[in-house]
Design a protein around this ligand. Sequence first.
Ligand SMILES: [Fe+2]
Ligand SMILES: [Fe+2]
Length: 431
Amino acid sequence: MVSAVLRRPTLTAFFSEMNRRAFLAMGMRSIVGGALAAIFAPLRQAFAGTSPRPRYFRRIVTRDNRSTALIEWQSDESLTSPKFFWREAGNKTELPADVDVKYFALDGHPMFVYRAALSGLTAGKVIECRLEASGRNAGTFSFRTDGGGTLQALIFPDSQCQTDYDTWARVSGEASARHPDAALWVNMGDLVDNGGSFSHWDGWQAAADASLGGRAFAPVMGNHECYSIDWEYCRPDAFLSLFGAPENGSVNYSRYYYSFDYGPVHFTVLNTQQEELAAFAPGLFEEQAAWLARDLKETKKPWRVALLHRDLIDYDAEPLTRDPFVETLVPVLEANGVDAVLTAHAHAYHRRRLRNWKRDQNGVLYIMTGNAGNCFYEVEPHEIDEIAFPDNFLNYLTLEANETRLTFRCFLPNGILKDFATLRKQAETSE
Ligand SMILES: [Fe+2]
Ligand SMILES: [Fe+2]
């Protein structure tokens, strides 16, 4: 399964910066055709024919997905008197949830992002939600809370696309249709190619909206979320505005990094944009380092999985070297019992078992997750790699976990299994 056809290391995309600007000026298609059925009916169907029309309803992960949920949606215009109600399936009584709204302009486009935070939910139950706006029923949205037992999740590598987001629509759509029981989506960063572009975000969201359904979504920030419309480094304002990821206790950098539990897994989502955010986020990486050790020590979940956008290896360096920032995280992750580390950024699939940067079959499982968009890079294998597939194929991963087993599988969009790895541990016995 190990490839012998890997080329020179470069993270330069096949498009020049000038081409990127010309492409952005052209705009792009924002409506993705061929949508696969969502597991829960999106609200847009019930709201058709009225104006303004809320869209892109989705559920974002919370720290505890058994008892809480965050539902988001958007509108181009302010909704009149939005009211959000929820109930457990089978109950007649609806409970209200507060609705917050955030306005921001993205690339000249007005955006109203609404959020309803639900609490007091019961684990493993179907929750039925209803939105009212302008005094009228605006539709319904349903999801199932985390039951706390087993977990199946879909892991998508970089989904950034150029020209349109049809590739992302195809990969996410086929994966979601093939794994209807997956309760969680993770996108490993570089969701979009240009984090300041309305057309990029609308392309990503239209594609996601077609297949995410009631699954919980965990966004990981990538370096491309920190690029302005002029391709300068910037604060990830659009990313932070669009996704209400869990708070992390930080005064200045809430949601830049975070953690959450789903099933038997504790996920720790780290920010690796040290270079891009150097001028905008003083102190971010020092506070994240202190938080990381605390976060990993506090969890009682059987499995700890860290999600990083940047990989262990700096593929821009020649010869290849360790990524200087990720190198500071590795000892903390390994000293605090992390079982698996998922990375992205290089748009290729590499798998390793390492301890202190040395191959070790009892070490931490590191997977560089691949590519779910249409930007193809050229990378070469490194001595730490156990598996290094050739780049330029599209893929997604599944994660399946119970108390004693954690399995990752790498699939092509057509469902062909390319690779898998399983970790096992003894169940802890209570006295
Ligand atoms: Fe990246
Ligand atoms: Fe990327």
